[in-house]
Design a protein around this ligand. Sequence first.
Ligand code: ARG
Ligand code: ZN
Length: 850
Amino acid sequence: AVIRREDYQPYAWRVPEIRLDFDLGLETTRVEATLTIEPNPDAEPSDEIRLDGDGLVLESVAVDGSPRDDWRREGESLVVPVGQGAQKLTIVTRIAPSENTQLMGLYASGGMLCTQCEAEGFRRITFFPDRPDVLSVYTVRMEGDREAFPVLLSNGNLTGEGTLDGGRHFAEWHDPWPKPSYLFALVAGDLVARTDSFTTRSGREVQLGVWVREEDLARTEHAMESLKRSMEWDEKTFGREYDLDVFNIVAVGDFNMGAMENKGLNIFNTKYVLADEETATDADFDAVEGVIGHEYFHNWSGNRVTCRDWFQLSLKEGFTVLRDQLFSQDLHGAAIKRIGDVKVLRAVQFPEDSGPFAHPIRPDSYKEISNFYTATVYNKGAEVIRMMRSMAGEDAFRKGSDLYFERHDGEAATCEDFVRAMEDGAGLDLTQFRRWYEQAGTPHIVLQQMHKGSETVLTVRQSVPATPGQPDKAPVPIPLRVALFDREGGTHSGEQLIVLNEEEQSFTFEGHSSPPILSINRGFTAPVAIEREIARDDLVFLAAKDDDSFARHEAMQELLLGYLLDEPDEDAREAIGIAADAILDDGSLDHEMRAELLTLPPFAYLAERSQSYDPGAMVERREGLKTWLGERFADRFAALHDDLEARSREAGLAGKQARRMRSLALGYIAAADPAEGAKRAAAQYRDAPGMTDRQGALAVLAGLDGPERDAALGDFYDRFSDNALVVDKWFTLQASALRDGVLEDVERLAQHQAFTMANPNRARALYAAMAGNPVAFHDASGAGYRMIADVILELNLRNPQLAARFVPSLGRFRRVEPKRAALMRAELERIAAAPKLSRDVAEQVEASLG
Ligand code: ARG
Ligand code: ZN
C-alpha cells in the first residue's frame, strides 16, 4: 500500500504515559505495556483504539485492569474497542530477540540485547501507535539474569535498581521528556563504560558513559572527547543545552545504519565509536566525531522537536546533517570539510536525483519508509537549509533557529513549520523557496558571460529536470556566491551573493576594463550543476589562484572532468599538468589541501556526468591520467613520499595533512611505476605508525600484483583478525581493488571463515565495496550484476533494509552502455520475479524498472 503525505490525519488518541515491563531473555522476552490513553481533542473521536504490531505474539489485553477478549486483529494491527474517555490499556506480548535478523525492534547482538526503533521498529516490541506524532512519557522496568545482562540501560534517568532471587536483577528508568516511540531504546548486556561528566552552561552536571565490550574500552577516548566537544559546540553555536542528568552511548557490532539518537541513550554502530591510531584511519576518526555530533545534535533537532510524520524526515535529518557539518567545519576548518561534503553529495545524491528513485527532500509518498533514509533527505536536505543560512547570514539564521526551537519545543513539527520559523525569525521570504521541498532533481544552470566597456553581464538560465512523477518543474531560488577576478592583478574586489529566482536572469557587474574571470558558486552555496563555456586557461588560473578553496578545487575538477569526459585531447591534459605543477609548487598550501586538489574525481561522479558510458573505458581513462601525472611528476611525488615520512608520524593536524599527501603520492608513484610503487608501499606498510599509513599503503598494494601484495594482505589479516572493524577493511580493500580477478576474489572471500551475511558491516564491507568497484561490478560478463542480485535475494527476507540498499547500484542501468544496461535490467527483473519480496526490496526494484 502507498502512504501519502496529503492523507495525514491526527491519531484519535493521546498516550501521555506508557509503562513498559521487560522480562528479558535472548530467546524469549516478555513485554508488558501499560498505556494511559485519552481521546485526542484535535482528532475525530473513535470508540476503538488501533495499535500497530509486527511479528508479536499476543498474550493478553486488559482495560483498567480487567481482562478483555473483545479485541480483534486486522492484519498485524490490534484493535481494541475501548469506548470513550481516559483509561489504562495493558497488553502483554512475547518476542524472540535472537530470531530477529532484521535488526529492527529488540534484537540480540553478540550476547547482548539492544533496540533499533526508527522508523517503525517499536511495533516489533509491543502494540502501540507507532507514529512520531504520539508523544509519551516512558517509565521502563527491565528485569533479567544478572550474569547474562549485568548492565541494564534505557532512556532518561535511572530511578531504581536491585537484586532479585534466582540470580536476577532489575533496573528502572524514567524519561521525563515526552517522546515518540521511535526514540525508545533499551540495552542489556555485559558491557563496560568509559565515564566522564559535562557541566552545562546553566550548571547541570551530566554523567556521560560510552558503553562497549570490555576488550574495546581502550578505543573509546576519541568518542568521549567528541561527545564533550559536541555538547559544548551546540551551546555556543545554536544555544542548545542538554536536558537530562545522564547521556549514554552504546556501541553495537550488528547495526543496520550508522547510529541512532534515542533520548539519552544513543545506540551506535561500533564503526562510529571505536577508534585508536593503530586500528582507525584519520578519516575514521573524523567520521566518529561527525556521527557522535550528529546523534547528539538530534537531542534538539529531532527529539525536543520531532517530526509529525515520516514525510517530514528531512526536518530533523537535513537540519542535523547541516549541524554536524558546521560542527566539523568549526573544529577542523571549513575548506576540506566542505569539499568532502560536496564530493559525497555529487557521488551519491546527484545520481539519486537523476535516477529512478528521485524524490523531493520531503517525499509525497512511500511504501516503505526505510527506503527514504537517503542522501536526498539527509544531504540535499542539509544543503537546502544551508542555502537559507547563506541568504539570511549567520546571525539572522540563528534567530530563525532559535524561534523554531522555541515555537515547537515538545511538538511533532513539519518542514513547513521550520520554513515559517525561518521566515519569521530570520526575516526571509521563502514563498518560492518552498519549491526546494517539493521538487526532485538537481537544478541545472547554464552561464553566459559578456563584457563591454567596464560592464560584465552574466546571464544565468536554470532548469530543473523532469523526474519520475514530476514532468514539469518551476524555477527555484538559487543563491550563488560569486567573485570576479581581474586577469592581470590576479585578485578580485570582493564577493557578492546573487540569487537567481527566474528561469533566466542577468546580473551586471561594473569596474573591469578587461573581461574578468568568474568564480561562481563559491563554497558551493547551492546544490546545482553548472555548465559554462570557460577558457581552459581561465580554469588553470582559478585552480592556481582562487582564494576560495572550494572554488579553487572546483576549477581543478573542471579541468580534470573536461579531459576525462570529452574526446582525448592533448591540450586538455597539458592544462592539467600546468595546474598540477602550480599546486605542487604552491608553498601557501597545506598538504591536505594539496592532496585534495590533486585527487581525481571519484568514478561515481564521472558516471553521473556521462550518458550511456562504458565503465571499462572510463576506468581506463582515469587510470591513464593517473599514470601520466605520476610519470610527469615522478620526482616530485617521490620527494614528497620521502620527505613526509617523518612528519606523518606527528600527532595533530600537521601529521594528518602529511599522511594524506603521502598516500596520494604513493598512488601516483605506483600508477607510473608499479615496481617502484610496490617497493615503497611495502615499506610504508611495514613502517606505518598507524592505520592511516598502513591502509593507505595496503590500498595501493591491493591494486597491484606480486609478492608484496600477498605478504601485506596476509600480514594485515593476521595482525588484526580479532578486530571486526579492521577485518571489514581487509574485505573492502580486496573488493574495491581496480584489477582483474576481483569477482573471483569476492567469491573466495565469501567463503572465508570470517565472512558472514548476518552482520551488516561485514556484508557491506565485501559486497557494497564490490558494487562500487567499476571494474568488478561492471564486468562485461554480467557476473558482477548477478552476484549483487544474489545478495539482494539472499538478504531479502533476512534483513530487508540491508537488502534494499544494494538495489540502486543495479537501478542506474539507464546511464550505462546498452549491453551492460540490458544485463543489469535482467537482474532487476529476476529479483522482481522472486516469490516473496520484502516491501523494502519490492519498492526499490519497482522504481528502478520504472
Ligand atoms: N535517525 C538515525 C540517524 O540519522 C538513522 C536511523 C535510521 N533507521 C532506519 N531504520 N533507517 O542518525
Ligand atoms: Zn540523523
